[in-house]
Ligand binder design. Structure first.
Ligand code: LLP
Length: 428
């Protein structure tokens, strides 16, 4: 579900013709819909209401302050993975008491920051990190709440780069080591071990991996409770899918139908649940607007060369991820009914949609059927809100794009386009 729709033959975000945004702000530009991200957050909250989780939006998916403020105002906490993300979440007005902090390589400075802020939960990923956290908390004479990130060895059946819950990944501690971990560290007076954390990968299109990881975590919790340890929080991580192709991914209610019954009995006895969705909230709430600079033939191929590329949206070239791409003002016969890799229309032309970057791997789509495009056409890259701007780079010294947040019939530039001066601002 999202609020990007063709009205007549022009793409709108809520009530705004997206071409008006491109005219005012230029391209490439990320455009986010407030109504969409609000609705996605509420759907998750409603679906999981019976277990009243703390929903911590995953800042890494899109950390724009305008987006974080919108979610924070709805009551969301935030999942952060660096000192910079703690800073962002706090700057967006999210209380430290709603922050959960994961990451395998937290530096001393970052841990101190988390301790100073008094965040809700520090998700610890190794014995060495726990010892370091306990030392820093002792030195600062504070107490903090920690959860042990366990690796349940479950296959989330997703891209190998974003599969995080298999044994061979760098995340968390093997679940078999968790009891020994609690025995060694579970009674530390400064770093208080009070929970378990899971994050098995993303995106996960099936509920079964969640069921199997959560079942393992609950069994572990029972064992730990028997030994007298506190396990009052279970953070089940993120990974709910987004609708890259219409109708392909489960909705919040489908995940909840599998997960809530598993957790409800433990919640009834006082367990607090944390969710860390990123993509499911923001992916479909964002598009990337890019302008076709040139169309050219090479060999058998037709290239649509755009002003956005791997520097703007890395996902296609890094993960071979699919993003539906379509003109924002197509001829009436080409107004799309749905997002799909294989549009079913007469007269489409195969394109490689590529960027300006000096690499053959710089593409947004390969061999993609689209209406014929021409220089100057505006294209929308859909489902681009998550891991779009947050993974963008200044490669080839191309300034970072602008970000715009739409609210009904108005829009706001929530990050201005960078300038050449910005490119060199940090250099001597
Ligand atoms: N929690 C933790 C500990 C995570 O590492 C992540 C994502 C999330 C939550 C949120 O996952 P989500 O709900 O957004 O799927 N760059 C990749 C995705 C990397 C995900 C990293 N961790 C992509 O573009 O698909």
């Amino acid at each position: 579900m999202d609020h990007f729709h063709y009205t007549g033959d022009r793409l709108h975000c809520e009530s705004i013709d997206v071409a008006a945004i491109a005219d005012a702000v230029g391209t490439p530009t990320y455009v986010y819909s407030t109504a969409t991200l609000t609705e996605h957050y509420r759907r998750i909250a409603d679906a999981f209401r019976a277990i009243d989780p703390l929903i911590c939006y995953s800042v890494k998916s899109c950390g724009n302050l305008g987006v974080c403020r919108t979610l924070g105002a709805l009551g969301a906490g935030m999942d952060v993975v660096s000192g910079g993300e703690i800073f962002r979440a706090r700057r967006a007005g999210v209380p430290a008491s709603k922050l959960v902090y994961a990451g395998v390589g937290k530096t001393d400075a970052e841990i101190r920051e988390a301790l100073r802020e008094g965040i809700f939960l520090l998700n610890v990923e190794s014995e060495a990190e726990f010892e370091n956290t306990a030392r820093l908390a002792r030195e600062m004479n504070v107490q903090c709440r920690c959860a042990l990130r366990v690796n349940p060895d479950v296959d989330p059946k997703t891209h190998r780069y974003t599969s995080t819950g298999r044994k061979e990944t760098k995340f968390g501690v093997d679940i078999e080591r968790a009891r020994a971990f609690f025995r060694a560290y579970g009674r530390d007076p400064h770093a208080r071990l009070v929970g378990l954390h899971l994050h098995i990968g993303s995106p996960i299109y099936d509920t079964a991996p969640y069921v199997s990881a959560i079942t393992k975590a609950l069994a572990l919790r029972d064992e730990l409770l028997t030994e007298g340890f506190e396990v009052s929080v279970l953070d089940i991580g993120g990974g709910f899918a987004a609708d890259y192709e219409t109708g392909r991914s489960p909705d919040a209610a489908t995940y909840a139908a599998a997960i809530v019954p598993l957790l409800a009995p433990a919640v009834a006895t006082g367990l607090r649940i944390v969710l860390e969705p990123g993509r499911a909230i923001i992916a479909n709430a964002g598009i990337l607007l890019t302008r076709v600079q040139y169309v050219k033939q090479s060999g058998e191929k037709t290239f649509a060369i755009c002003d956005a590329g791997m520097n703007t949206l890395l996902r296609p070239s890094h993960y071979e991820a699919f993003h539906f791409i379509w003109p924002t003002a197509p001829a009436p016969a080409f107004v799309p009914a749905r997002r799909t890799e294989k549009p079913d229309m007469q007269g489409l032309v195969m394109h490689d949609v590529v960027g300006p970057i000096c690499e053959t791997g710089d593409f947004l789509a390969l061999d993609r059927a689209m209406p014929p495009v021409a220089r100057g056409d505006l294209l929308a890259v859909f489902t681009a809100g998550a891991y779009g701007m947050s993974m963008a780079s200044r490669y080839n010294s191309v300034p970072l794009p602008a970000e715009v947040l739409v609210h009904g019939d108005r829009f706001e530039v929530v990050r201005r386009r960078e300038t050449y001066a910005d490119l060199v601002a940090h250099e001597a």
